[in-house]
Design a protein around this ligand. Structure first.
Ligand code: IMP
Length: 182
């Protein structure tokens, strides 16, 4: 039978899948999608959260899967919201984050991509440093309208090359190097 996909991205977020698919396409890996809200443990470690999610995903679909867990870490807030970024986005949102900040605006976005098949679980981390904009700019999803990558004056929502520089790109590039040589 013709194998359409090499592995599957399991997430409730189609934006993440769209970006991940584009990135893995560029490395010659065909990524399918299972839209699913996976149980998420509370932890200070994105990696522990991702490992828990990927085990659930593999036991549900019994196919090679990847899951992603992300966080935005703001220096002047001691790394907040970090692993709680999803909850903070749903509650106070970008407006709430902007209201918390004064002049110090450095931040980083971190992505953990975790892969699982019958034999292996492996995690890969990607980071991008930058800053939080003074106001929301552009129409991107999630924190895109407030995150400005270093050496740019535009937010993730305003730039065309997000998928060539993002935390997600960096984690998936490491994953691809490993996956294609395993
Ligand atoms: P999650 O817990 O991995 O789903 O992600 C944490 C939060 O960060 C969620 O609110 C996501 O929407 C947001 N997020 C993750 N990656 C990005 C991105 O590339 N752009 C904008 N927001 C993101």
């Amino acid at each position: 039978m013709l194998q359409l996909y090499d592995l599957f991205f399991v997430s409730s977020n189609p934006h993440k899948y769209k970006e991940a698919k584009k990135i893995l396409d560029s490395f010659g890996i065909k990524l399918g999608f299972f839209k699913s809200e996976l149980e998420e443990i509370q932890s200070n470690s994105l990696k522990d959260i991702a490992i828990h999610k990927v085990k659930n995903a593999f036991s549900k679909y019994k196919k090679p899967v990847i899951v992603e867990d992300d966080g935005i870490f703001i220096n002047s807030l001691s790394g907040f919201p970090g692993p709680y970024s999803s909850y903070v986005f749903k509650t106070i949102g970008n407006k709430g984050i902007l209201n918390l900040l004064t002049t110090k605006r450095q931040a980083k976005f971190v992505s953990i991509i975790t892969y699982c098949d019958k034999k292996t679980i492996e995690s890969f981390e990607g980071k991008i440093i930058g800053s939080i904009a003074n106001s929301q700019k552009g129409n991107g999803w999630g924190y895109d309208p407030i995150f400005i990558p270093k050496n740019s004056n535009k937010t993730f929502a305003q730039i065309d090359d997000k998928n060539q520089i993002s935390h997600r790109y960096k984690a998936l590039k490491k994953f691809s190097n490993w996956y294609l040589h395993k």
